[in-house]
Design a protein around this ligand. Structure first.
Ligand code: 0PR
Length: 386
């Protein structure tokens, strides 16, 4: 009897979970077209489940998982042209990567001002509050990248770091990281590159002969880079890497860890699952340079197609896409966004520059774009946008 009751309870809980899950939007519907995440690659999902019970906070217990983490870091550091002295810390994503980088910059310099552009990710606002730093905002040029000429007179004795963005959240633009690198070297200022979105794109765009600026450790003034596998790395959430130029900098963000077997723990988190790490290891191994290049090629071809379809219905982009991110100029933003959302189309709304953001992630097909464009046109006509 008791066994039966337990079985029923067990089944009911799973049924209830399904009910909740069914309320969620799915990547496979093709209607999530504004998100920077995607349906993870199948091999990444399998690996995730296999390592669900592992804890990288205690590598003594999970030496095999620890080896996977080391191999994954090595792969990503190589992708970023990191020197031998560089090291990586796996993080939960761009937010933690940025927080950890600024923690490091603060510890290294004992200063507290961060210079960044208007299009920097909002995680820097959290940083300012969390570790008591001050944000100094630089305007954008007409190409929506940081205005380099406005930086020098903002540098002072309190400057802890400058931020360069390689793939902005709003439009996928890339700041002139080579020029920021020169400033970093001239003024001896820590330069952190936020490549949470672009890190798994730019190296492969280069293989495809797209003209994109350098953004990585090849530039001597770049001190740290954050890059996310759970965005264009095609892996499961949550996984990013913060790469730093010098191994000994890690001491600044490490503490002694008496209750676990390793002497020190680096970074913000303690207990963390090996699942996302194994997931990212699996997908990076499986795709490799060839697979990622093909993936980016497909996303870019579709991005070019979306651009031409948008223009055909009389709408304009804010700026020509640098990567697979498109910002569509919309005056009646709230209305258009709401109508699309009510029809099940999940685009993102960028209020600051009054545009709808489309991100052509791997789960999006030409078929879903061909379904979306006539609906966008109809909605825009209804509100008098076109
Ligand atoms: N840096 C950049 C350049 C980013 O674009 C983001 C996230 C972050 C840092 C922070 O990364 P995590 O959120 O992984 O910590 N930008 C996306 C955005 O704001 C996050 C996102 C992803 C939002 C998928 C919605 C979504 O469905 O759009």
């Amino acid at each position: 009897m008791i066994i039966n009751d337990k079985k029923i309870k067990y089944k009911n809980i799973l049924k209830k979970l399904d009910k909740y899950k069914n309320k969620d939007f799915t990547f496979s519907s093709g209607k999530i077209i504004g998100s920077m995440c995607t349906q993870p690659h199948e091999i990444s999902t399998k690996a995730y489940i296999k390592f669900l019970d592992t804890n990288l906070g205690d590598p003594e217990l999970f030496p095999g998982t620890n080896e996977i983490e080391i191999a994954l870091k090595k792969y990503i550091l190589k992708l970023l042209n990191a020197p031998k002295t560089a090291r990586g810390i796996t993080v939960s994503g761009g937010t933690e990567g940025n927080i950890t980088a600024m923690w490091l910059a603060k510890e290294l310099t004992k200063k507290n001002e961060i210079i960044l552009s208007k299009s920097a990710h909002f995680s820097f606002k959290k940083i300012a509050s969390l570790i008591n730093m001050k944000i100094i905002t630089i305007p954008l040029t007409k190409n929506y990248v940081i205005d380099i000429n406005k930086i020098k007179n903002k540098i002072n004795d309190n400057t802890a770091a400058i931020i360069g963005i390689a793939g902005s959240t709003e439009l996928g633009t890339i700041d002139s990281i080579p020029q920021l690198s020169d400033i970093s070297l001239d003024e001896n200022i820590f330069l952190h590159v936020d490549a949470a979105f672009g890190g798994f794109i730019i190296p492969f765009l280069k293989n495809l002969n797209y003209e994109v600026t350098d953004f990585d450790f090849k530039l001597k003034g770049v001190n740290s880079i954050s890059i996310d596998a759970h965005k264009m790395g095609y892996s499961a959430i949550p996984l990013g890497l913060l790469a730093v130029r010098k191994k000994n900098w890690l001491n600044k963000i490490s503490v002694e860890s008496h209750c676990i077997n390793s002497k020190k723990q680096t970074g913000i988190l303690g207990t963390r699952s090996g699942g996302p790490v194994a997931a990212a290891y699996a997908v990076t191994k499986f795709l490799g340079k060839k697979g990622y290049t093909k993936l980016i090629e497909n996303c870019m071809n579709l991005t070019i197609y979306v651009e031409s379809e948008i223009n055909k219905i009389g709408l304009e982009l804010i700026t020509k896409p640098t990567m697979n991110v498109l910002g569509i100029k919309i005056k009646n933003l709230d209305e258009v966004y709401k109508k699309l959302s009510d029809l099940g189309w999940k685009v993102n709304k960028i209020d600051r520059i009054s545009c709808l953001r489309i991100v052509v992630m791997p789960h999006i097909s030409k078929k879903s774009i061909d379904e979306f464009i006539p609906i966008l046109k109809k909605v825009c006509m209804e509100v008098g946008e076109i």
